[in-house]
Design a protein around this ligand. Structure first.
Ligand code: C5P
Length: 223
């Protein structure tokens, strides 16, 4: 039987990454930050000067991507690119290359390879709808755009990356609109996802709700 998967999907800066990491830690599961893979393709395309609409070359870049995850650090080829990946410029470019079917297809097997015992928590936009449709628990996490812009602002500040709140707000809205409108794997909740608005919840509150749902499911399977 394949290892169980919990998916956490939602718009930019909804807190998915932190929440997925904490849920994975609590359960001793592996973690997949699928957005990082799209950001890596975006960064590789900037380095190689491949235009954001050259689907053929971007598909090949995604296929041949030489990326390594080591704890919180991410490497492209042999260079650490963790900080570069976190910039809004990279996030925006990622949402452009993520529209292309050949890029999505190239990353599919790479994402599924993260599914290993004892289990996986995967975060992104289409984890529950496309990549792991048989996930045991699917969560769709939202938060108001104002709350998300503020969270992203604090996150970037902590990493020493410059940003202003109004420009972040505009970029998040543009990115969400692009992610929701694209033809392939748009940002929509899977029909069987549990939706959770985290605007007024702390990270710990969201994590314990997800762990509670997970326990309920596990009890249901045992009963
Ligand atoms: O989650 P993160 O902000 O790192 O994702 C960057 C971009 O990558 C998103 O705006 C989205 O366009 C794309 N993405 C995606 N599918 C995923 C994860 C990310 O299309 N599963």
């Amino acid at each position: 039987m394949s290892a169980p998967v919990i998916t956490v999907d939602g718009p930019s800066a909804s807190g998915k990454g932190t929440i997925a990491r904490n849920v994975a830690r609590a359960l001793g599961f592996h973690c997949l930050d699928s957005g990082a893979l799209y950001r890596l393709v975006a960064l590789a395309s900037l380095h190689a000067r491949v235009p954001a609409d050259d689907e053929e070359r971007l598909g090949v870049l995604a296929c041949e991507l030489s990326a390594r995850f080591a704890g919180e650090s991410i490497f492209l080829e042999d260079h650490e690119v963790t900080k570069e990946l976190a910039t809004e410029a990279c996030g925006s470019r990622a949402s452009e290359v993520a529209k292309l079917p050949k890029v999505r297809e190239a990353l599919l097997a790479r994402q599924r390879a993260f599914r290993r015992a004892p289990g996986l928590v995967a975060d992104g936009r289409d984890m529950g709808s496309v990549v792991f449709p048989d996930a045991a628990l699917k969560v769709f996490l939202t938060a108001s755009a104002a709350v998300r812009a503020e969270r992203r602002y604090n996150q970037l500040k902590q990493k020493g990356i410059d940003a202003t709140l109004p420009s972040l707000f505009r970029e998040l809205e543009a990115r969400d609109a692009r992610d929701a409108a694209r033809a392939v794997s748009p940002l929509v909740p899977a029909p069987d996802a549990v939706q959770l608005d985290s605007s007024d919840l702390t990270i710990d509150e969201v994590v314990s709700r997800i762990l509670g749902w997970w326990r309920e499911r596990a009890d249901g399977v045992r009963a």
